[in-house]
Structures are given as structure tokens and as C-alpha cells.
Design a protein around this ligand. Sequence first.
Ligand code: URA
Length: 437
Amino acid sequence: MMRMVDLIIKKREGKTLSKEEIAFWINGYTKGEIPDYQTSAMCMAIVFQGMDEKEVTHLTACMEHSGQTLDLSRLKGIKVDKHSTGGVGDKTSLVLGPMVVACGATFAKLSGRGLGHTGGTLDKLEAIPSFDVHISGEQFIKQVNDIGIVLAGQTEALVPADKKMYALRDVTGTVESIPLIAASIMSKKLAAGTDTILLDVTVGSGAFMKDIVQAKALANLMVKIGQGLNRDTRAVISHMAEPLGLAIGNALEVKEAINALQGKGPEDLMELCYTCGAIILLQAKLATSIEQGRTKLEKVIADGSAFNLFVKMVIAQGGDPSFILKPEKFPLAKNIITIKAGKAGYIKSVNALEIGLAAMRLGGGRTTIEDSIDMAAGIVLTKKVGAKIKQNEVLAYVHTNKDLLAVSPIVDQVTNAFVISAHYVAKPQVILEIIGL
Ligand code: URA
């Protein structure tokens, strides 16, 4: 008879687990027959000993099938999905989804909430008055068939093994393991049932992966898992040392996404959306090259069709479209504090982690999943890495409903996130690598 303790010892000694052994663990854990403490010990053994590609693929498949999976076969078109490993100011899904749908793809996306210094797409969408992210399976299918796009919350029934395991890893020091992260992310993406998956693996202070070597290892592994399980999976590695775009905070980011859909987005955000969008169009067989995909995407921004799709999605999910047509309707925070440069020079870095933490402390994010959010709170940068600045030039605006005295340490945190150099600094590249083309 198989015993969990023997599997833990086997992994602790650096041996390879078989498909049957991984299934025994994950099925037993999901049903509550294997206790948390044994899964913690197994996760810690994996943190130290790792897993080979076959083991991670088995683990991912077992986790994927630990609950319901979505069957999107009734939906027309090639269903595409995109996932970011998280960042600060990352409103890509709001812009990219309508762009690729305007080019003919079907974007059926389940998104998450923000936690800690990173934001979540669901919270951003909820900044639009009465927008509903909790939609039923039937409505999900109907909306995708009607307009080709839906952005909804993950249902409880998908991948219960990950739900239990992620909460456990969070409190047992076992989050930082490339095989465990890869299986966690890919099991959820695979269970969501799209035909293609594009992963945006972010790297830098504001991301999960702090260095490029780790980011490449994670991206390569996830692409191999997806392809091993017959799903068209590609990845980009993108720069997250400074926030993406200029706005950080829920309503502020929606306004920036609206601007981007109207062709007035910040350069780095647009570059990421065009590159990811072109790869998605290749995956959906709607373009034969990255260049052709990009041209199609530029066209749907220029002719307003991507923006119109965003408006349609807001209406379909019960949101008030007047805020999208007139973004100045989004209420501003009661205090807007100006951050100025102490000296002239070039912006060398804008620490994304510090800016993300400051936005959270202003009320724009959560420290626990139950916290409520101040949709108007956040930070708007006016300068990014590489910009030449004069002394006293504005670097950022801090938006807050809190008292000025209470936010003074947060204002310092934003100020200190900027490093100014006397010497020329080049603008960083946004896309560092593409995997799986
Ligand atoms: N995101 C996930 O979904 N899972 C992890 O393990 C890490 C980041």
C-alpha cells in the first residue's frame, strides 16, 4: 500500500516521483485524506530537491483535474488566454483583451484579485460603477458568443488542490519553488479551458521573479508543461523593475487603459500590448507573423474598434458605460500630493515594489483578502526610467483620501522610490525575451 510518508522521504532524498505517486498525493490531499502537514513537508522537499519536467507535468495535470474544468468547446472561434505573473501598474488585460478580440480572437479570461503590492484585474474592473465580475457559467458562454470577450472572477470549483496548497505554501515558506509555481499557475490556466495560453513572466523588483535567470527558468518550464499537455503555450519575459505605464491604483489604471485603447497609452504599456497581442494573433491563426499581427492591432486601436469592444464588455457585465466615455466622471481622491525632484539629472530607477507597497498603503490594495479597497487611491508617475529632469520638476502625484499627516511616510516612500543619476540613463527594454515562437 502506498504511504504518503514514503513519498515525502523519496523526494527528500532527491528521487523522482512517479505519475501514480503524484496522483496519490494530490487526490488524497484534495479529498482531505492526506493532511496539511504532510503536504507541507512534501512542498518543502520539493523546494530543496526540485522536480524534473515529467514530474511537474504530472503534478500540473493532477492539480488541473482536482475539480471542475471549463469546457469552452461550445464557444465559437479560437479561445485565447493571457496570464501575467504579476506586477505593479499592470493593466495589460484591460487593453489587450479588446485589442485581440477586435482582430477576431475570442478572449474568455478568468482573472484574480490583487494581494500585497500587486494589483488584480478584478479589482480594477470593479472601479467601474456596477461592473459585475461574478457571472454565471451560462452568462459567461452567452457573452463570449455575443461579443467575444469576458473578464470574470475565478469560480471556486476550479483547481481546489491549488486553492488549498497555495494557502498552505503561503504560511510554510514554500512559495519560492519554480516547479510549484509553474504547476500552480499552469493548472489554473489549463482548467480554464482556452485553446491557447500566453504567459507574461515579469522580472524585477515589482515581480515574483527578481532576476532574469529565474524568470527564464519559470517561463521555459511553463511553456514545456503546456505543450506537453497539448495546449499551445508561449511566453514573454517582461521588465517589472519600474511600474508598467504611469498609473498605479484601480480607477487610475482603468483611466489609463481607456487612454491606451484610444491610442494615447504610455509607450511601455503599448509595447507590451502590441507584442503580446501579436503573439496571441499568431496563436489564434489570425496572423502569420508578429509584424502582420502588430499592424492589425495598430489598426484596431486607430479605428476605435478595440475601444468599442471595451465599452461593449462593460455594458454586457452591467457596468456604467458613461464612465468609459467620459473618464473624468471617475471620482478623484480628496488629496493629490505632488512629488518633486530634489535634484536635476536622469531617472535611474523607480522601484516598482516600493511604489506598489505605497499604493497599497494609500488604500489602493489589500493586506488580507478581506480588506476593502479605495478605488480612487494610487499614484500617477510623470517620469519614468531614462527621463531627463530638472530640479523641482514633478515626478509623481499621490492620490489619497487619507489625512495629509497620516500619509506623510507614504509620500516619503514614493519619493525614495526614485533614484536620480547625474549621468545619462537609457530607457529600459520592455520585452526581454519571447519563448516558444
Ligand atoms: N501565482 C500563482 O498562481 N501561484 C504561485 O505559486 C505563484 C504565483
